[in-house]
Write a protein that binds this ligand. Structure first.
Ligand SMILES: Nc1nc2c(c(=O)[nH]1)N[C@H]1C(S)=C(S)[C@@H](COP(=O)(O)OP(=O)(O)OC[C@H]3O[C@@H](n4cnc5c(=O)[nH]c(N)nc54)[C@H](O)[C@@H]3O)O[C@H]1N2
Ligand SMILES: Nc1nc2c(c(=O)[nH]1)N[C@H]1C(S)=C(S)[C@@H](COP(=O)(O)OP(=O)(O)OC[C@H]3O[C@@H](n4cnc5c(=O)[nH]c(N)nc54)[C@H](O)[C@@H]3O)O[C@H]1N2
Ligand code: SF4
Ligand SMILES: [Mo]
Length: 685
């Protein structure tokens, strides 16, 4: 068959590689060999022909004149961003020579990979790179920046990332969209809810910000940041008191429901209202709605777990569907992540056996600290699929680390990102449209194969190819580094031990393009908790140093007298993390970085809507345009988007965010920081 690359004019299938739960099936329109239009695949059972604005405008990014086309080496001062083009040969040799010297002088652990999921394709996100760094003996990276606290919390209750199938949610009668800005971050979830609404379903949104998702709700419930666990416990209190619990389900499928009943006595609606800012009346109304409507679905977001107590919050909320027996119903239950269904053969893909001795592991949320550590320091960092100078917490500390003269930094990316400005060597990356890869859905449960649809841009190379070249230059002669892309896909989809992974060969996947995870009727019989049941009481939690029963644990108290506002710097609609923040079209669509503030607070501080404010704390400062009104509660300020500060504008929201570690999984606490705000320029912008 002709490869898609060779089709000059026509429509070819693809998959969205962005870090988004929807993982859309795409159709790419080509003219004269170039992508001219991207649309949703109408035959994809979840995408159903609709995609977001970001990716509809993807060709602007793929052919952006700023895209990197050759390797570069630094010629100016560190961080200044002056580079000169070099050949791939020189780039790879420079890196390999530097690393060989480092290894002999200080050991391979002085080298650190830093990556995340700028590309969700498994080969390019966690394939050859993992093999390479294991074999190198480099320090390992704990990739904790996104969803780990909540996933860990969900796991204590349910045993793993196995939630409800979104395709069954057309049956759902009540959606609780909890701490997720789904209109922007999971649009097909909202499409499904809207469809169910036509059959009478209700949509309740619980959030700290009445954003685009809150505005679409039948009922929006504003809540104070970091208090959702308390709300869920108050709901449990009423469910037990009013006998809205499903006792036969609890007896058969759970452990600890009697202990829980006693435990939630303490969370009476008055106490809970005092913690959450949700009125007693609304707590009753929500609970009675939840306790009497079936099937009900809780969509748990990542927003509410980017807190000091994020793990326990998700652990707590994930107990609710068991209380009402929702897990047995089609369209009932909850979903945080469904990544467990398509857990592929990780050992075969990543080959941890190539590591000759155990090495230290660094938590990526502590990047600043890691780079500033002087004992056994990191001397070289290889960054790919990520832009830490913008996305990592406590960004000023991160940049102080990146600015170290003695840190040899390599950045592999499609663009000269804010992080790349600190690089010694910059390598041009292909876009996912240019690669072979496979994708595993983490909300819908389809496995996709992707074949390249266009040739590599300029001299750019995929992550797979870069690590092959580096392996060769380092003299690694194992077969693992000679395997083809197709070999890696085959290895990853063979010998999988979960009951859900589809039984499919490479050729079948190539023909069908996507295959659904296997459905098992008796999902509740496969729970991976120690008891094999839903654990309302978890001995394991206790052993890990947490309360065994779901409990509200307040946020870490930063100095409230100096920093009166809780600051929630959330994602925005037209970027994907920092991706697109450097593409003119997307910046235009998003207009300007805003800070949402309650009118009462603004009046008190003499701040006028539409003017520039300065936001600061001990970690740093930032300037945004204020939007006043009733979108947030008093004492809370919310921004949207990870904006570039390459132009010199003070738009770096992560200058303010804490690099404390969440209660579970080593997660991030982006939304638990406090700030102060003052007017800067009272002229409207
Ligand atoms: N358009 C767009 N889509 C994206 C992304 C993007 O940047 N832009 N990023 C992608 C990635 S990597 C991820 S992880 C997901 C994230 O997407 P989501 O799961 O939606 O998570 P966030 O957008 O971080 O936060 C969701 C909501 O949580 C709210 N929130 C914050 N703290 C609390 C709290 O304590 N309680 C409650 N109830 N709500 C709270 C915020 O106001 C926000 O509306 O989206 C993915 N999709
Ligand atoms: N304040 C605040 N900070 C946050 C968040 C928040 O909500 N608020 N969200 C956090 C979350 S949930 C996440 S997941 C992180 C995300 O943080 P990152 O993973 O760093 O995400 P991006 O900013 O999208 O950066 C991805 C980079 O990978 C590059 N890239 C894309 N494809 C490829 C490829 O194939 N190869 C190579 N080498 N590079 C490629 C892109 O060009 C882009 O520069 O940000 C976190 N930071
Ligand atoms: S970013 Fe999300 S919604 Fe947009 S095309 Fe990609 S997977 Fe679909
Ligand atoms: Mo994320």
């Amino acid at each position: 068959m002709q490869s898609y690359i060779d089709i000059e004019n026509g429509v070819v299938p693809s998959v969205c590689s962005l870090d988004c739960p929807d993982q859309c099936g795409l159709l790419v329109h080509k003219k004269d060999g170039k992508i001219v239009k991207v649309e949703g695949d109408p035959d994809h059972p979840v995408t159903k022909g609709s995609i977001c604005n970001k990716v509809r405008n993807m060709s602007e990014r793929i052919y952006d004149h700023k895209r990197l086309s050759t390797p570069l080496k630094r010629v100016g001062k560190k961080g200044e961003g002056t580079f000169t083009p070099i050949s791939w040969q020189e780039a790879i040799e420079t890196i390999a020579d530097h690393w060989k010297k480092l290894i002999s002088e200080e050991g391979a652990e002085s080298i650190l990979p830093y990556s995340f999921y700028g590309n969700m394709g498994k080969l390019n996100a966690e394939g050859m790179d993992r093999r390479f760094f294991y074999r190198l003996g480099a320090s390992q990276l704990d990739r904790t920046i996104c969803s780990i606290a909540g996933s860990t919390g969900f796991g204590y209750t349910m045993g793993g990332s196995h939630g409800s199938d979104p395709e069954e949610m057309t049956e759902t009668k009540l959606f609780i969209i909890w701490g997720i800005n789904a209109v922007s971050t999971n649009m097909h979830q909202m499409m499904i809810a809207q469809k169910a609404k036509k059959d009478g379903a209700k949509i309740v949104v619980i959030d700290v910000h009445k954003n685009q998702t809150g505005r679409m709700a039948d009922w929006f419930i504003p809540i104070l940041p970091g208090t959702d666990g308390a709300l869920a416990l108050g709901m449990m209190h009423i469910l037990y008191k009013e006998n809205l619990v499903n006792r036969s389900f609890l007896e058969e499928y759970t452990v600890g429901y009697e202990e829980l009943e006693k435990h939630v006595e303490a969370y009476d609606p008055h106490t809970v209202a005092g913690i959450t800012g949700v009125s007693v009346e609304d707590i009753y109304k929500l609970t009675r709605m939840y306790g009497t409507t079936s099937p009900s679905m809780i969509r748990i977001g990542n927003g509410l777990q980017h807190h000091d107590n994020g793990g326990m919050i998700v652990r707590t909320i994930s107990c609710l569907p068991a209380l009402t027996g929702q897990w047995l119903l089609k369209g009932g239950g909850a979903v945080k992540s469904n990544s467990g269904y398509l857990a592929y053969n990780k050992q075969a893909l990543q080959r941890p056996d190539l590591q000759k001795y155990p090495t230290r592991t660094m938590n990526m949320n502590l990047l600043g600290e890691v780079l500033l550590e002087t004992e056994k320091p990191i001397r070289s960092m290889f960054v790919y699929n990520s832009n830490p100078a913008i996305v990592a917490p406590n960004a000023n500390k991160v940049r102080e680390g990146l600015a170290r003269e003695d840190l040899f930094t390599i950045v592999h990316d499609l663009f000269l990102t804010e992080t790349a400005m600190f690089a010694d060597i910059v390598l041009p990356a292909t876009s996912a449209f240019e690669n072979t890869d496979f994708y595993t859905g983490a909300w819908h449960v389809y496995l996709h194969l992707h074949e390249p649809v266009i040739p590599p841009y300029g001299e750019s190379k995929s992550n797979m190819d870069v690590f092959r070249l580096l392996a060769q230059a380092m003299g690694f002669d194992e077969q693992a580094f000679k395997d083809t892309d197709e070999d890696l896909v085959q290895q990853a989809i063979s010998g999988v031990s979960t009951p859900y992974f589809p039984d499919v060969t490479y050729d079948e996947l190539k023909e069908k393009r996507f295959v659904k995870a296997r459905h098992t009727e008796d999902r509740l019989k496969h729970l991976q908790t120690p008891s094999g049941k839903i654990e309302l009481y978890s001995k394991k939690l206790e052993l890990d140093g947490h309360p065994a029963l779901p409990t509200h644990i307040p946020l870490v108290q930063e100095r409230e007298e100096d920093f009166p506002f809780l600051f929630v710097p959330a994602p925005n609609h037209n970027f994907l993390n920092s991706t697109f923040s450097n593409n003119e079209k997307h910046v235009k669509l998003e207009k300007a970085p805003k800070l949402f503030m309650n009118q009462q607070d603004a009046d008190r501080l003499g701040i006028e809507d539409g003017t520039v404010v300065r936001i600061w704390n001990d970690r740093g400062e930032c300037e945004l345009i204020v939007s006043t009104g009733d979108q947030v509660l008093p004492g809370v300020v919310v921004s949207q988007g990870l904006w570039s500060d390459l132009s010199g504008k003070k738009h770096l929201v992560n200058a303010l965010t804490p690099d404390r570690i969440a209660d579970m999984g080593g997660g991030a606490t982006f939304f638990s920081g406090r700030v102060n705000v003052e007017p800067l320029n009272q002229e409207r912008v």
